[in-house]
Design a protein around this ligand. Structure first.
Ligand code: AMP
Length: 462
């Protein structure tokens, strides 16, 4: 049995349907705006009306397409993908879009999210002789599509997706159509926009802003949007399911300039920082965030308690992905390369360090240590989320249960391990209030209750 966790992936997707424009450059810029959602591989597939052309590779978008002439991807319809995976294997075969030919024609697929029953379906299909070329969930969808006995594509999509469970924000491209679908729970984001006369679908609104597209609306949970030469057609293909949008998109994953469910991510994070300050105050001389993901929450925390908000830690933005082999000494250099405290600021001070999450606890421990080495008198840690006690099965890499610092440890034990003078987290209730929804969000990584049934886990009934 293949563990579903093996396919845990973080991804960003972007697609454009145009009648007049070359779409590859737009997709390239859209993917760069979504780079934070995945840094391991990138790819673009376009249709020129006769065939699907594609280019994909390992690395950042800029690395994959450096020296490549985007004019080779000529076409007015295309999709793109950025991907990061934990265990799925970093080989090129797993890079998306996944392009294939089947009874339904030439198709290309870009998927964000994790299916929780991909392992089971894969086993069944392999038992029937299906040959898999990749280890990603998207190929499971591709095979289900190809095997469907329904002759028209939309019907085949419904039939294939009714067999899968979990998170999928999905782009499917034919030679002349762009189809966007969001799972019934709407776990991962997906938005529709317009660029002149062209339609754009993207994981986050920041990618629409980047290319100068106008935001139209979110694709709804369970909705399929088909865009072709006749216009945009929407249908609800899966109705009546509970909602389960990922709360971690607000906490950490999405870009602060994006809007999720009508809320700006930076403002939500700042609000979470304010609630943290109100409910878990501490006397400090300065507040610092950990660049970049917790800066909004740190600003909210400082504003609420009227403590100076300072740049106590500086991140080196040019470090890239480090290939330094992990001897302890080199690992320590790795941390200092990435983050350096501003000694003159923190020396002799009571520092409040606000971070957005503690997963394995390695980051918090290292930063507390760095701040102390820089002379901080006290280091108080405040986290703008609840403790991550459970793995995410739906598309965020939050490690396996045994690796999580909060797994079977209380806050005092965690404080001791990271070496802080005090430590506090938000509760689930405070988190939901801070985001502005009291239900309808997935908080599975904090509670173990997921919007879909996980083997050995609980299902959330909202
Ligand atoms: P850890 O050292 O495992 O506790 O990592 C926690 C730190 O990583 C926090 O500072 C978060 O901002 C960041 N973080 C949280 N979730 C993720 C994720 N899925 N991928 C990469 N970084 C993350």
């Amino acid at each position: 049995m293949i563990e579903n966790d093996k396919f845990r992936e973080e991804c960003g997707i972007f697609g454009v349907f145009s009648r007049e424009l070359e779409v590859a450059p737009l997709i390239y810029y859209g993917l760069i705006a979504l780079q934070h959602r995945g840094q391991e591989s990138a790819g673009i597939a376009v249709s020129n009306g006769r065939e699907i052309l594609q280019k994909k590779g390992l690395g950042l978008v800029d690395e994959v397409f450096r020296g490549y002439n985007l004019e080779e991807l000529k076409g007015a319809l295309g999709i793109g993908h950025v991907r990061y995976s934990t265990f799925g294997g970093s080989s090129l075969v797993n890079a998306q879009p996944l392009t294939f030919k089947c009874r339904l024609g030439n198709l290309s697929l870009a998927h964000n999210g994790n299916l929780v029953n991909a392992g089971e379906i894969r086993e069944q299909l392999e038992g029937q002789g299906t040959i898999f070329q990749t280890t990603n969930d998207s190929e499971v969808i591709a095979h289900l599509l190809a095997k469907s006995t329904t002759s028209e594509l939309e019907g085949a999509i419904i039939s294939a997706l009714s067999q899968v469970k979990g998170a999928y924000s999905l782009l499917i491209m034919t030679l002349d159509k762009l189809i966007a679908i969001r799972d019934p729970h709407g776990i991962r984001p997906l938005v529709l926009g317009k660029y002149h006369k062209s339609y754009v679908v993207a994981s986050e609104t920041c990618a629409l802003d980047t290319i100068g597209a106008e935001f139209i609306r979110e694709i709804n949970p369970g909705e399929m949007v088909v865009i072709d030469k006749d216009g945009v057609f929407s249908s609800t293909i899966f109705a009546g399911k509970c909602k389960g949008f990922c709360s971690f998109e607000y906490i950490y994953f999405s870009r602060p300039d994006s809007e999720l469910q009508g809320k700006n991510v930076h403002s939500v994070r700042k609000n979470l920082g304010k609630i943290l300050a109100k409910n878990y105050p501490v006397q400090g001389d300065l507040v610092t965030g950990v660049p970049d993901s917790s800066l909004s929450a740190a600003a909210g925390f400082a504003e609420e308690l009227k403590i100076p908000y300072e740049m106590g830690l500086v991140r080196n933005r040019y470090i890239g992905r480090t290939f330094i082999k992990p001897s302890q000494e080199l690992r320590n250099i790795g941390v200092s390369l990435k983050l350096n405290p501003v000694k003159q600021l923190v020396n002799g001070k009571r520092v409040v360090m606000v971070d957005d999450s503690i997963v394995r606890g390695t980051t918090a421990k290292k930063i507390v240590n760095l701040l102390r080495e820089a002379g901080a008198k006290e280091v108080h840690v405040r986290i703008s989320a609840p403790p991550v006690r459970f793995p995410c099965h739906l598309g965020i890499d939050t490690s396996s249960k045994g690796e999580l610092l909060a797994n079977s440890r209380d806050v005092e034990k965690m404080r001791e391990i990271i070496g802080a003078d005090s430590l506090a987290f938000l509760t689930e209730k405070e988190l939901l209030e801070g985001i502005g929804f009291t239900d309808g969000l997935c908080t599975g990584c904090f509670t173990g209750d997921y919007p879909v049934q996980i083997k050995g886990g609980k299902k959330l009934e909202i």
